[in-house]
Design a protein around this ligand. Structure first.
Ligand SMILES: NC(=O)c1ccc[n+]([C@@H]2O[C@H](COP(=O)([O-])OP(=O)(O)OC[C@H]3O[C@@H](n4cnc5c(N)ncnc54)[C@H](O)[C@@H]3O)[C@@H](O)[C@H]2O)c1
Length: 452
């Protein structure tokens, strides 16, 4: 089943060079149509950033925005403007910038559309979006249309139509739109990526990623994400937050670089945990007791790639569970799995026992070898946030293409709406749009693995 009907008008402008319904290709996958297309739009694949020390603006300076800001300032990022609908949050961010020795940034806190006034100015090069999910697409598109590159927080955008909108806007404006998927820059993730690219796991076969994080207290908090994220659980049933687990696995497999997500099936367990939690923690007259949650407590999705690899992606934020992203990659010669990190190679590990990843330190990513100490000191999810932002600034300052581009942002974002569609149709397979218009076959490896 395809959701192409939800794409924007620009879809109709594309020229089909080869279109073949191949429903019979894959037994049990009904109505699945594949189309190889070439876009009339110029691609943004491998397009370098305009080389400059970017003048940065932030939209959303809550929990995540503040954390990103600390890391940006530690990497000498120059922040010229900050925006938040809550004035005290914008002022707090402004104070952080001043405390780092930079000029006081301009402040925008006059309502939910004040970001438009900020982005209408011409002294901003790069915009960081760290607002609630329903704002990401609108703010990213507005930024690109006003000549700015933009980096949006996870989970990117929330509909297939918006995936196409960011792709087409990026192509038309020649501005980048990337997702800030920090987990792609973890120490283990970058090390395993280099091992996978060196062929140590053999031919890759399957992977697994997850976001298993008990957010119950945060979802019912009176501040931060408690103000908006619980509402998502009243609207959609599927994997609402896929990219922390999926992004690194996509990089190992070279998704958009010789392979692509082809189709997905998704199942959700029933929902019980938010109901149970609120019964225990809320007063009897609390209005939140009348909310109706529809997101199943555990969503399990299975993606098949064009080259025949499989990826399991899981999501739970409402159940008692120690933090875990699984982060598994397996091939014909071995397997790595995280939480805790362990590795196993054919003919090397004895008695089917896992080995330690410490034996593979020679594959540590040069970014971690060089910036690891400061990354751990500045912090942000064990240092990965600093490494990600240091690398983003490096790409702009040196005029390199972004490691993660708009096509990655669209493909990783698409998992949420496609999983929702699959769940609502009794786990019917859903087809991924090819946001690269066939160009995924041209690139071979992730830039994170090859460039520093
Ligand atoms: N990558 C990660 O590890 C990570 C971690 C946490 C959150 N996030 C993501 O970061 C984003 C923000 O989450 P958060 O935890 O900071 O939430 P938050 O609620 O703490 O912060 C969001 C901020 O956006 C502001 N805001 C809302 N609408 C706005 C608008 N129209 N214009 C300007 N400001 C607006 C709010 O006032 C708030 O200060 C989300 O997409 C979330 O999923 C990512």
């Amino acid at each position: 089943m395809s959701l192409e009907g939800t794409t924007t008008g620009s879809w109709t402008r594309r020229r089909f060079v080869q279109a073949a319904a191949v429903g019979a290709m894959s037994a049990g996958v009904s109505q699945l149509a594949h189309a190889e297309v070439v876009s009339e739009h110029d691609t943004m694949i491998d397009v370098p950033f305009q080389k400059r020390d970017p003048r940065i603006a932030m939209i959303g300076t809550g929990g995540r925005g503040t954390s990103l800001l600390g890391n940006l300032l530690a990497a000498d990022g120059q922040v010229v403007a900050v925006c938040d609908i809550v004035k005290s949050k914008a002022e707090n961010a402004s104070a952080m910038v001043v405390a780092s020795g930079q000029k006081k940034p301009r402040l925008y806190a006059d309502g939910p559309h004040d970001f438009e006034n900020m982005l209408a100015t011409d002294d901003i090069d790069l915009v960081i979006v760290a607002t609630p999910w329903n704002w990401h697409a609108e703010q990213a598109i507005f930024a690109m249309k006003h000549g700015k590159d933009v980096a949006i927080e996870v989970p990117g955008v929330t509909s297939i139509a918006d995936c196409w909108q960011i792709v087409r806007t990026s192509e038309e404006t020649r501005r980048h739109c990337m997702m800030l998927e920090n987990c792609c820059y973890g120490y283990n993730e970058t090390l395993v990526l280099r091992m996978a690219n060196a062929g140590l796991f053999g031919d890759l076969l399957y992977g697994e990623g997850a976001y298993l994080h008990d957010l119950r207290a945060i979802l019912f908090s009176d501040e931060g994400e408690g103000l908006w994220r619980r509402a998502e659980h009243t609207q959609r049933d599927g994997n609402l937050y896929p990219s922390h687990g999926l992004g690194p696995v996509a990089n190992y497999m070279g998704i958009q670089r010789g392979d692509r997500f082809d189709r997905i099936v998704s199942m959700s367990s029933r929902e019980r945990s938010l109901d149970a939690y609120r019964k225990e923690h809320l007063q009897p007259n609390d209005p939140r007791l009348s909310e109706r949650y529809v997101t199943g407590d555990m969503n399990t999705s299975l993606i098949k790639t064009a080259n025949g690899l499989t990826i399991t992606v899981k999501h739970t934020v409402s159940t008692p569970h120690p933090y875990d992203r699984i982060n598994l990659i397996a091939g014909t010669k071995g397997i790595f799995q995280d939480y805790p990190p362990r590795i196993y190679f054919d003919n090397q590990n004895k008695d089917e026992a896992w080995g330690s990843i410490d034996a593979w330190k020679q594959y540590a990513h040069p970014l971690w070898q060089r910036e690891g100490e400061i990354a751990k000191k500045v912090g942000g999810h064990g240092g990965m946030d600093y490494i990600m932002l240091y690398r983003l600034l490096q790409c702009v300052r040196e005029g390199l293409p972004p490691d993660m581009d708009v096509y990655d942002a669209a493909a990783w974002s698409a998992v949420a709406p496609l999983s929702v569609a699959s769940v609502s149709r009794g786990s019917e397979p859903m087809e991924f749009p090819d946001f690269t218009s066939g160009r995924w076959q041209q690139r071979k490896v992730s830039a994170i693995a090859t460039q520093v």
